[in-house]
Design a protein around this ligand. Structure first.
Ligand code: NAD
Length: 504
């Protein structure tokens, strides 16, 4: 009998974007991109060589002088155009996110919306770049400060927010007059190419925004490149630390955001239903693949039993499936290997002394890289399930007797990204915001991602560098200051013009 072998479905090739056009890679090295809901390969992405990264940097370098000359008025106008285009076409990019990352479409739209907020913030760039002026600091002498772009800057981004996290970087970088080279995650690179085409359509000049794909070779080429002035990184802690140390040792400015282990403290006086809704949403949304996901609930005193019961009651109702199905609330994980790694925490939990209350490996949909929500009880420091960033739909519960013990757990943790407290006691909540060592704090809010006009960033091993990302600190990061001291002996030349003054 002859065996029929099914021909593989057409696999799309994803190239780099250099100098305003798509450029095929020459390295002969590439990576597979999957649709995590089907488990099938959907594309192949080129991995850049050192020379290809250099081409992108040279394109950005060549575009910089003209880009920084563009007036604030014109740059702001362009940002309004980008905002309109992206807003009109947000569903298109959301579908790309769902098909390569796996998150459900409504969540993908949420990602784009939060990214759009950063672009909207950047539409105010003329205000953001205002400086200070002191008249008559000495007789006839004035002093003022100005903020100028750095030049070519780079962004290296993770798989879990393939559109939003790059927007945290390129939007303020471009708004401040820099040109940009993006190295997105090789696991879901299409959103970056979509963004490049959209920026071109909006009128961003060629070379201002470039994309190179790849792995460590491309990252190292970015870190080593003498013409890159600053690097923004978002990803896991070991790579964030490496990027920060390498970039700064090469004289670059660097902000490197790392991983997280976000604790949610629930006090006995909390609204237990509200806390359970929050825990389930924040632990299992986007299959737990969010750096602001809640992965550890700390139940204080008699909050534990009712809270665990309420969480358990909600878990079976979470609909797991293909993110394009409007019924689905939670999609698959990014790769098979990651799904298996996450599942291993559930498998090993009993041997470590934790209890598996809900096992997400049971009845997970087949085909793609699915896992259902898991709940572990009696998780304690020292256990792998407690110490590691699992980055999947596994929620651990730790029981403690007092508020002080709960806060100590958060403060002793090496990460310090986000944290939350659930209570009705305003005094304790205020004490918590004072005591806790984390960069983003929620009070009865489980995922306290700052709005775009504040800045995003953690403490401790969740951020290497001095400045948080986007918001005012983002503007600071992508500019450097200059102070001018001036004296004018003569009045400037002038001419008569009766027209109403216009920006140019
Ligand atoms: P990752 O660290 O594996 O990858 C991030 C980037 O680094 C990618 O572009 C990747 O190609 C590159 N990279 C990977 N290995 C490298 C190496 N050895 N040398 C040089 N570059 C390398 O992270 P990920 O798995 O894509 O994303 C998930 C991680 O990102 C989680 O730890 C999550 O907490 C973190 N994250 C943090 C934030 C935050 O704001 N703090 C936001 C989103 C994600």
């Amino acid at each position: 009998m002859t065996e029929t072998i099914e021909a593989p479905a057409a696999v799309k090739q994803i190239n780099h974007w250099i100098g305003g056009r798509s450029v095929a890679g020459t390295s002969g090295r590439s990576g597979a991109v999957y649709n995590p809901a089907t488990g099938r390969q959907a594309a192949e992405v080129d991995f850049a060589t050192v020379e290809e990264v250099d081409r992108a940097v040279q394109a950005a370098k060549a575009a910089f002088p003209a880009w920084r000359e563009v007036s604030l008025a014109k740059r702001a106008e362009l940002f309004f155009r980008i905002r309109e285009l992206l807003h009109d076409r947000r569903e298109e990019v959301a579908r790309i996110l769902t098909s390569e990352h796996g998150k459900v479409l409504s969540d993908a739209l949420g990602e784009v919306t939060r990214g759009l907020e950063v672009i909207e913030f950047c539409c105010g760039l003329p205000t953001l770049l205002k400086s200070e002026y002191s008249e008559q600091v000495s007789t006839g002498i004035d002093v003022y400060s100005i903020r100028q772009p750095l030049g070519v800057v780079a962004g290296i981004t993770p798989f879990n927010f393939p559109a939003m996290v790059p927007m945290w970087m390129w939007a303020p970088a471009l708004a401040c007059g820099n040109t940009f080279v993006l190295k997105p995650s090789e696991k879901d690179p299409s959103a970056s190419m979509w963004t490049a085409e959209l920026l071109k359509e909006a009128g961003v000049p060629d070379g201002v925004f470039n994309v190179v794909h790849g792995d460590k070779v491309a990252v190292d080429a970015v870190l080593e490149h003498p013409d890159i002035a600053a690097v923004s990184f978002v990803g896991s802690t070991p790579i964030a630390r490496y990027v920060y140390e390498t970039a700064t040792s090469r004289g670059k400015r660097c902000q490197a955001l790392g991983g997280a282990k976000n604790h949610m403290i629930v006090l006995p006086d909390a609204d237990i239903d509200m806390a359970a809704d929050a825990a389930v949403s924040a632990a299992y949304g986007s299959a737990g693949e969010r750096c602001m996901a809640i992965s550890q609930v700390v139940a204080v005193g008699h909050a534990a039993e009712p809270l665990i019961e309420a969480i358990k009651a909600r878990i079976p109702k979470v609909k797991v499936g293909d993110g394009l199905d409007p019924e689905s609330e939670m999609g698959p994980l990014i790769t098979e290997a990651h799904r298996d790694r996450v599942a291993s925490y559930v498998e090993n939990a009993p041997a470590e002394g934790a209890k598996v209350l809900v096992d997400g490996r049971e009845d997970a949909p087949g085909g793609g890289f699915f896992l259902k929500p898991s709940l572990l009880d009696e998780v304690k420091p020292g256990m792998r399930a407690y110490e590691d960033e699992i980055f999947g739909p596994v929620l651990g519960v730790t029981r403690v007797d007092t508020y002080d013990e709960a806060v100590s757990l958060v403060n002793e943790n090496p990460y310090g990204n986000g944290t939350a407290i659930f209570t009705r006691d305003g005094g304790v909540a205020r004490r918590f915001q004072f005591d806790v060592q984390a960069g983003m704090v929620g009070i009865n809010v489980p995922i306290p991602v700052p709005v775009a006009y504040y800045s995003f960033g953690g403490w401790k091993s969740s951020l290497f560098g001095d400045r948080h990302i986007y918001g005012p600190e983002g503007i600071d990061f992508y500019t450097r200051g200059k102070v001018v001291t001036s004296r004018w002996p003569d009045p400037a030349t002038s001419k008569v013009d009766l027209g109403f003054p216009q920006t140019r």
